[in-house]
Design a protein around this ligand. Structure first.
Ligand SMILES: CC(C)(COP(=O)(O)OP(=O)(O)OC[C@H]1O[C@@H](n2cnc3c(N)ncnc32)[C@H](O)[C@@H]1OP(=O)(O)O)[C@@H](O)C(=O)NCCC(=O)NCCS
Length: 314
């Protein structure tokens, strides 16, 4: 049977129940939820009007579901998809992905959770490249949080929009010289984030030595308590100038940001870190974080930009 793709801006209650059925069956079969929290919330409560749902049907039955988010103008469209376990290995994953690519004009960043062989096979069979593998780590903010211990001569203050951009871009480029996606941020990339509703300079910490910027910790707060959804704090990006690496500055800045997130009443903090970045993983483990999930990003050739604290808007 040939499956049929239906595109929706909003799902009605019956469709939401069908999608939740597919998500539940896949979670049971795979041991990991196929869609991130943001997608689940969007489906239930709505979100950006530009986002689309793709329903893949075989006859009346829902065989698969995809969420397409075209809103990130910096990094390009992104999506997530799932095929019901009863309908796998019949080419439906490919059919659904084709329908998604039709919507996005052939460009896509595709997120897969848990690193499954099926996702890898599907992505590769459609010409996608594995761009990176990100660990999501979490820790409770109720557990003890040490006071930061600052290297001598370091002073802390928060980011001032309109004043600190150039200095920040320089340190960011130096700190992420080996991570081109983050290191190559331009003034425009930064200003776009500053214009986002979640941007809050009070959670964007800068460390100076002799009035020279030497490191930063940019935090972000996700979600809200609306809809009964617990907000969560994120260690969005931590960057230390290479001349100051190994001095304990990264640890102190991370702690300062975590204490800020706790002072906002948040119960949990999360962060994304590249699986290859063992130094950072060790630092975060020493600060009480542990692995929560693995997200693998595949992309069509030519779509390679992502930030390390990837803003999947989760
Ligand atoms: C990943 C997923 C969508 C694949 O759906 P599917 O309908 O079974 O995939 P298809 O039948 O279209 O297969 C596409 C290709 O992947 C291969 N493939 C799919 N699952 C596979 C598996 N478990 N092991 C090896 N190869 C697999 C197929 O043989 C096919 O290869 P081909 O083009 O060389 O013939 C499905 O397993 C799923 O929903 N997983 C959980 C959610 C998820 O991981 N989403 C992220 C998708 S990137």
């Amino acid at each position: 049977m040939t499956p049929r793709a239906e595109i929706r801006q909003r799902l009605d209650d019956r469709e939401i129940a069908e999608v939740l059925g597919v998500v539940e069956a896949a979670t049971e079969a795979d041991g990991v939820r196929p869609l991130n929290e943001h997608v689940m919330l969007h489906m239930r409560y709505g979100g950006d009007v530009r986002a689309r749902s793709v329903l893949l049907r075989e006859g009346p039955r829902l065989a698969g579901y995809a969420h397409v988010d075209p809103t990130d103008e910096v990094e390009g469209p992104s999506g997530e998809l799932v095929i019901h376990p009863d309908f796998r290995r019949r080419g439906y994953g490919k059919a659904l992905l084709r329908a998604v690519l039709d919507l996005t004009g052939g460009r896509l960043r595709l997120w897969a959770h848990g690193g499954s062989p099926g996702a890898e096979a599907l992505a590769r069979s459609m010409g996608f490249e594995r761009v990176r593998s990100l660990w999501q780590m979490r820790r409770s903010l109720f557990a003890p949080l040490a006071a930061p211990s600052w290297p001598d001569g370091v002073r802390l203050r928060t980011f001032v929009p309109g004043q600190d951009e150039e200095a920040w871009l320089k340190v960011n480029a130096a700190a992420f010289a080996n991570h081109p996606e983050q290191g190559a941020w331009t003034l425009e990339d930064l200003r776009r984030r500053e214009a986002e509703p979640w941007f809050d300079p009070a959670g964007f910490f800068l460390a100076f030595r002799d009035s020279r910027l030497v490191g930063f910790h940019w935090t972000k707060i996700h979600g809200s308590s609306e809809h009964g959804h617990e907000p969560i704090g994120e260690v969005y990006v931590v960057g230390i100038d290479p001349s100051q690496q190994g001095t304990g500055l990264g640890k102190a800045l991370t702690l300062a940001g975590l204490r800020h997130l706790r002072s906002r009443g948040l119960a949990q903090a999360m962060l994304y870190v590249d699986e290859a970045n063992q130094a950072a993983i060790r630092l975060y483990e020493s600060l009480g974080f542990s692995r929560w999930d693995v997200d693998v990003m595949y992309a069509t050739p030519g779509v390679r930009r992502v930030s390390p604290g990837h803003s999947t808007s989760q």
